[in-house]
Design a protein around this ligand. Structure first.
Ligand code: OGA
Ligand code: MN
Length: 282
C-alpha cells in the first residue's frame, strides 16, 4: 500500500488515502498513520467499509480502549461501542443525538482523559452536522508572553453534566456531575509541546480565581482557541474514519436537521493524566 497524505488546512487535519483497513492491520501502514496523526492532529481516512471488529483492531493498535464511563451511555455488550447517533442503531443506545455542540475535548472532566477518539461515519445528513477541529498548540503559541506567564501554574475545573449541558452549556451543572481540575497549559506527552487545555463546554472556572475575572480570562482564551484560522471543519461522507488527538485539539459540531439520520460509531483510546507545562514565557 502506498499512502498519500494531503493536508486539509493550514492549521490542522490531513486526509490519508491509499489505505484499506479491512485488509487487516499492517504495522508498517499503522506507523505511517501514527506519524501523520501526531503531525496533523486529526486524520481522515476516507472510503472505508469497517465492521465494528475492524474499528476495534484499528483503535487497539494505539493502546487499550478507554472504558466508557458515562453510565447512561454504556453498552453492556462485549464490544463497548458508543454510537453518536440520533436513532437507535444496532440495538444500542446512542449519545449526543442532536444539533450543534460547543467546542470541547473528550473526558477532560476525568483525571485521565481519552488519548484519542475515533469516529466512523455510517449515516450522514445531507447538510450540516460537520465536526470542527481546532489546533490547541497553535492557540497557545499565538498568545503573547504576558498571557503565557499569566497562565503558568493555573488550573481549570472541567465539569460535564451530560443531562443538563450535553452539547451547549446553558444551565448550572449538577453538583454530582463529574469534574476534574487540569492545568490550563499542559505538555503533550508524545510531542513535548505546550497546549492550551481548556474549552467552552466543560471548563467551568479557573481554580482559586474570582468568578468575574475567571469568566473574562476563559472567554478571551476560548476566542483564541475557536479562531477559524486555527480550525478545520470536516464535512462527513459515509465511510470516513476520523481520529483526533484528544490532548492537542478541540472539536465542536454544527447544527443539522434532526429529521435526517446521523450515525457515527465511536471508539476511544485510553490516556494518562496530562502533565502541566512549565510555560517558557520569557
Ligand atoms: C464525540 C463528539 C462530535 C460529532 O464523539 O466526542 O463530540 O460531530 N462528536 O458528533
Ligand atoms: Mn466529543
Amino acid at each position: 500500500m502506498s499512502i498519500s497524505i494531503q493536508r486539509m488546512s493550514d492549521a490542522i487535519g490531513a486526509r490519508l488515502t491509499g489505505i484499506d483497513l479491512r485488509s487487516g492491520i499492517d504495522d508498517a501502514v499503522m506507523k505511517e498513520v501514527h506519524q501523520a496523526w501526531l503531525e496533523n492532529f486529526v486524520i481522515v481516512i476516507p472510503g472505508q467499509d469497517l465492521s465494528g471488529d475492524d474499528q476495534i483492531a484499528f483503535t487497539e493498535w494505539f493502546g487499550p480502549r478507554q472504558e466508557v464511563r458515562t453510565v447512561k451511555v454504556v453498552d453492556e455488550g462485549p464490544q463497548n461501542f458508543m454510537y453518536v447517533a440520533n436513532k437507535k442503531f444496532d440495538g444500542m443506545e446512542s449519545v449526543l443525538p442532536e444539533g450543534e455542540m460547543q467546542f470541547h475535548t473528550d473526558q477532560c472532566y476525568y483525571e485521565t482523559p481519552s488519548r484519542a477518539t475515533i469516529l466512523f461515519a455510517i449515516e450522514i445528513p445531507a447538510e450540516g452536522g460537520n465536526t470542527k477541529f481546532a489546533n490547541a498548540y497553535r492557540a497557545y503559541e499565538s498568545l503573547d508572553d504576558a498571557m503565557k506567564s499569566r497562565l503558568q501554574g493555573l488550573k481549570a475545573l472541567n465539569v460535564y453534566d451530560y443531562d443538563a449541558n450535553s452539547t451547549i452549556k446553558r444551565y448550572e451543572s449538577s453538583p454530582d456531575a463529574p469534574r476534574y481540575a487540569h492545568p490550563v497549559v499542559i505538555r503533550h506527552p508524545e510531542t513535548g509541546r505546550e497546549v492550551l487545555y481548556i474549552n467552552r463546554l466543560m471548563s467551568d472556572h479557573i481554580v482559586g480565581m474570582d468568578r468575574a475575572e475567571s469568566d473574562a480570562l476563559l472567554e478571551e482564551l476560548f476566542q483564541v482557541l475557536e479562531d477559524p484560522a486555527h480550525c478545520y471543519e470536516h464535512v462527513w461522507t459515509p465511510g470516513d474514519l476520523v481520529m483526533w488527538d484528544n490532548l492537542c485539539t478541540l472539536h465542536a459540531r454544527t447544527w443539522f436537521d434532526p429529521s435526517q439520520s446521523r450515525v457515527l460509531r465511536r471508539t476511544t483510546v485510553a490516556g494518562k493524566a496530562p502533565d502541566a507545562a512549565i510555560a517558557s514565557a520569557a
